[in-house]
Design a protein around this ligand. Structure first.
Ligand SMILES: O=C(O)c1cc(=O)[nH]c(=O)n1[C@@H]1O[C@H](COP(=O)(O)O)[C@@H](O)[C@H]1O
Length: 293
């Protein structure tokens, strides 16, 4: 059986460092690389990023939107890239921000299961329909060693409009999302589900301490201050918003300090250095080095 995602992530980070690079083939980037905005351009862009980074970066995060906009043939490009990345030792986090009623969510979550033509290691999901709506995805993830990253406090400027709304108990929506995900990282959650063996990867837990759960949250690196309490999460934090959205390594340190399992993710700031494969690799290495300070 595949090891739990949290353990596999801790392992990948121990070997390759925590950086995640997003594969976001924007039309503007295709043009900047001298490529056509079609499936051929998409494939050449993706191949270059995968060649540059799949052997060195811990996590690659393809943005589904930019493949879907090219139709079924765009998804074939994504499918090939996912398989190549995983074969090269990178974890693949599919950024599709899925979220629907539970019965439909089960279908979306199949992307974490063996036999799916595009099986990935983890998926971004939206909690807008309520905690129960995501439970089928939690079950699938648990059964197959997959992971979920749930949008909690996102990097976009107006995120707080909804995410700072308060529940009857006084918590913000963002905090309620974090607390829900923390519950999923408790192996006792969902009695009867196959729980990860907490002893199997004890050797990997040194670096990230107890933060090796398979269920993480998204918290932007662009926040003025950390306005959610992550102490009980026991899982990873995906931190987007670096580079193009203004977030810096110093912001990451200011917001999250040390001792948390933070996966910083950068897309355009790395991708903009292409199409040269060495330049892409160099940009990712520069980010990794700055983040390590
Ligand atoms: O889930 C995400 O990855 C995500 C969450 C969030 O709060 N903000 C955010 O920018 N993202 C994604 O992260 C990527 C950021 O891209 P860059 O701004 O180019 O680094 C995009 O694919 C976004 O969809």
């Amino acid at each position: 059986m595949t090891a739990p995602f949290g353990a596999r992530l801790a392992d990948a980070v121990a070997r390759r460092g925590p950086l995640c690079v997003g594969i976001d083939p924007h039309a503007e980037l295709l043009a900047a690389w001298g490529l056509t905005d079609d499936v051929e351009g998409l494939r050449r862009f993706t191949d270059a990023v995968v060649e540059a980074l799949a052997g060195t970066v811990a996590v690659l995060k393809p943005q589904s939107a930019f493949y879907e906009r090219h139709g079924a043939r765009g998804l074939l490009v994504l499918e090939d890239a996912v398989a190549t990345c995983r074969a090269a030792g990178a974890l693949v986090l599919l950024d599709a921000k899925r979220g629907d009623i539970g019965s439909t969510m089960a279908g979306y979550a199949d992307v974490l299961a063996p036999g799916h033509p595009m099986q990935v290691d983890a998926l971004t999901v939206s909690p807008y329909l309520g905690p129960g709506s995501l439970e089928p995805a939690v079950r699938t993830a648990r059964a197959h060693g997959g992971g979920l990253f749930v949008l909690a406090r996102t990097s976009n400027p107006d995120a707080a409009t909804f995410q700072h709304a308060r529940l009857a108990d006084g918590r913000t929506v963002a905090q309620a999302v974090v607390d829900t995900v923390a519950g999923w990282n408790d192996p006792g959650w969902l009695v009867g589900d196959p729980a990860p063996d907490p002893g199997a990867h004890a050797d990997l837990q040194g670096r990230w301490g107890a933060h090796t759960g398979s269920f993480g949250v998204v918290v932007g690196a662009t926040l003025a201050e950390l306005d959610v309490d992550l102490d009980g999460l026991r899982g990873p934090v995906l931190a987007p918003g670096l580079g193009a959205q203004g977030g810096t390594p110093a912001d990451l340190r200011r917001l999250f300090g040390a001792g948390r399992a933070v996966v910083p993710t950068v897309s355009r700031d790395v991708l903009g250095t292409g199409p040269d494969v060495a330049a892409l690799r160099g940009a990712a290495q520069r980010w990794a080095a700055e983040l390590a300070v």
